[in-house]
Design a protein around this ligand. Structure first.
Ligand SMILES: [Zn+2]
Length: 142
């Protein structure tokens, strides 16, 4: 994964000719917790022999939009994920108001990445379905 500066269009706010951050598709908080488990590894889904030091990142969002999603990630970590891990996976902590913001932001990144970066489902009826889903997630993040 390259750390070079990428100028492009932000996938969320739509601003063009703006510096894009290396955005985690699955938030970094998930990877940082997985790393605490002994012998955990991150692998390329399409090439299982390729190991990553960190989760998959893409030049997707501008700094401002990264910060916008970051607040949902921090809230999710503090109000749900860390409590869940402290309970040793025995039960789920209570949901908090706003948990849907985190879930939708992750779902949108996954669908956006699949549709517009991997260009999946080209020339299939599934493409339209996923495009509508992506639009619905996108609108929900705003
Ligand atoms: Zn943006």
């Amino acid at each position: 994964m390259s750390k070079k500066c990428v100028i492009g269009k932000c996938a969320l706010c739509g601003r063009e000719n703006i510096q894009l951050m290396q955005s985690h598709i699955i938030p970094k908080l998930v990877y940082s917790r997985i790393k605490t488990y002994q012998n955990s590894r991150f692998r390329n889904y399409f090439d299982f022999n390729q190991l990553y030091q960190d989760g998959e990142k893409k030049p997707m969002l501008c700094h401002e939009c990264e910060q916008f999603f970051s607040k949902y990630e921090v809230e999710f970590t503090n109000k749900f994920l860390d409590k869940y891990l402290d309970l040793n996976n025995q039960s789920l902590p209570p949901q908090y108001d706003g948990i849907q913001n985190y879930i939708i932001s992750v779902a949108w990144r996954i669908v956006y990445d699949d549709l517009f970066i991997y260009n999946s489902f080209t020339d299939t009826y599934m493409r339209t379905t996923y495009e509508l889903l992506e639009l619905r997630f996108y609108v929900s993040t705003l």
